[in-house]
Structures are given as structure tokens and as C-alpha cells.
Design a protein around this ligand. Structure first.
Ligand code: ADP
Ligand code: MG
Length: 226
């Protein structure tokens, strides 16, 4: 037990170090991004417009890597509270709709009748967001993202479905491993974060994928309806 304690402590230290380094790196990125945006509006930088846009994109990418890496490294305790998963989805919809619009995609919600249960609202939002982003990135314009909830065999089920190109075969058995990506500017951290969140909820993720698209299905542990 003592050894276990020591090990846990070390994990905490690494997590805390990662968190503070992340913070210290993000601040200067924010400052630089702010100045770049000012330059973008200046007449005299007009011939460097494209480079400025690229610089901002790259900063955003660095920021995403830090955020996603931190959510893996952090040893934050999970905050399970009784809640309504459908309400969590509703609250996310404006953000998802904005992203769908950006990609020229549609979003459908199929909200089922499900009981309240214990989950970490922030983490489940992050999970839905990561899965939805992957979905948008896998679809051409006109694609449809469906976010669905239902109750089956005493289990709350959350499904995120897309009409995209399917998951490349080469990476199917590596999914959930950090830094596995097929995207030029991917981080390969979105799914590992999802797997970790699912794991912390005792939930299982099933994937079905093919030429018609991909569905990620999350099944939470059985709950007794209140
Ligand atoms: P990233 O999105 O940064 O590449 P992820 O961990 O989120 O990293 O996803 C890893 C890889 O899994 C992606 O690069 C992509 O090849 C594949 N993938 C994930 N979700 C989907 C999806 N809905 N449709 C097709 N491929 C997907
Ligand atoms: Mg992703």
C-alpha cells in the first residue's frame, strides 16, 4: 500500500507539472495570437495575409495539442453528479451547429427517453465534442451528424454517427493510442481523450465503420431508473 501511495503521488506531480507548463506556454501563445490578429487588419501587411493566417492556425494547433495532452496527463478527480444527458447534449448544440455550418454539414438529434444518472458533465461534453469534430472532419459538405440517446438493457446509450468516409483500416486496431492520426494537422489525441473519459465512467465504446460512415456507441454501466 505504501508503494502504491508513492506511485500515485508521483503521478500527481507529473500531472501538476504538465498543467503548470501548459498554462505557462498557453499565455505567450495567446499574446502572440493577439498581435498577429492586429497585423492581419493592417494595410501594410496585406501581402502577408496568407502567412499570418497560417501562423494563427499553427498557434491554434499548438493550443489544441496542449489542451488535449493536459486532459490526458491531468490527474483531476472525476466529478460524477446526477444529471440529464439529454440536457448536456442540448447545451452543446449551439456549438455543434456552428461547427456543422462551418463544414457545410447538418446535425440531427435523436433524443430518447433516458433516466438521470451519474456522470461528469464537463468530460461528457468533451467526449461528444471530440467525436463530433472527427465526424465533421470525415464528411464532405452535405454530411449528416446524428447525436442519439436511448435506453437499452438498463443501459444509457449515447451514439455519435456520421455519413463520412469511414475509419481507415490501417489504424482500426490502433484507435485510442495517442498520436495516431491520418490528418495533416491532426493531433491524434482526440480519441485517446474519449477512451479515457469513457473508462472513467465505466463505459464501453463500440465502433462500427464502413463506406456509409462511422458510429461511435458509448454504453454506460447499468442504472436503475429512479
Ligand atoms: P485526430 O482527429 O487529431 O486525427 P483522433 O484521435 O481524434 O485524432 O482520431 C484519430 C484518427 O481516427 C483520425 O485521424 C481518423 O483517421 C480516425 N477517425 C476518428 N474518428 C473518425 C470518423 N468519425 N470517421 C473517420 N475516421 C475517423
Ligand atoms: Mg480528432
Amino acid at each position: 500500500a505504501e508503494q502504491e501511495l508513492i506511485r500515485l503521488d508521483r503521478l500527481n506531480i507529473v500531472g501538476e507539472m504538465a498543467a503548470s507548463i501548459g498554462h505557462e506556454v498557453r499565455n505567450p501563445l495567446t499574446t502572440v495570437r493577439g498581435y498577429l490578429q492586429i497585423f492581419q487588419r493592417k494595410e501594410k501587411f496585406i501581402e502577408h495575409r496568407e502567412q499570418l493566417a497560417t501562423m494563427i492556425e499553427e498557434l491554434d494547433r499548438a493550443n489544441t495539442i496542449i489542451t488535449e495532452f493536459l486532459s490526458l496527463a491531468k490527474n483531476k478527480k472525476i466529478d460524477l453528479q446526477p444529471g440529464n444527458l439529454n440536457a448536456t447534449i442540448q447545451a452543446l448544440l449551439p456549438l455543434l451547429k456552428a461547427e456543422a455550418l462551418h463544414f457545410g454539414n447538418e446535425i440531427h438529434e435523436e433524443i430518447g427517453h433516458i433516466p438521470m444518472f451519474n456522470f461528469d458533465d464537463k468530460e461528457i461534453r468533451q467526449l461528444i465534442l471530440n467525436l463530433s469534430r472527427n465526424a465533421f472532419e470525415a464528411m464532405d459538405a452535405g454530411g449528416i451528424l446524428t447525436v442519439k440517446t436511448y435506453f437499452e438493457n438498463e443501459k444509457i446509450v449515447l451514439a455519435v454517427k456520421d455519413t463520412g468516409s469511414g475509419i481507415p483500416k490501417e489504424i482500426l486496431n490502433k484507435l485510442g493510442t495517442p498520436f495516431v492520426t491520418t490528418k495533416a494537422s491532426g493531433t491524434g489525441l482526440g480519441l485517446p481523450v474519449c477512451y479515457r473519459i469513457a473508462d472513467r465512467h465505466g463505459a464501453k465504446i463500440d465502433i462500427s465503420t464502413g463506406l456509409e460512415g462511422t458510429t461511435f456507441t458509448l454504453r454506460f454501466p447499468p442504472v436503475n431508473p429512479i
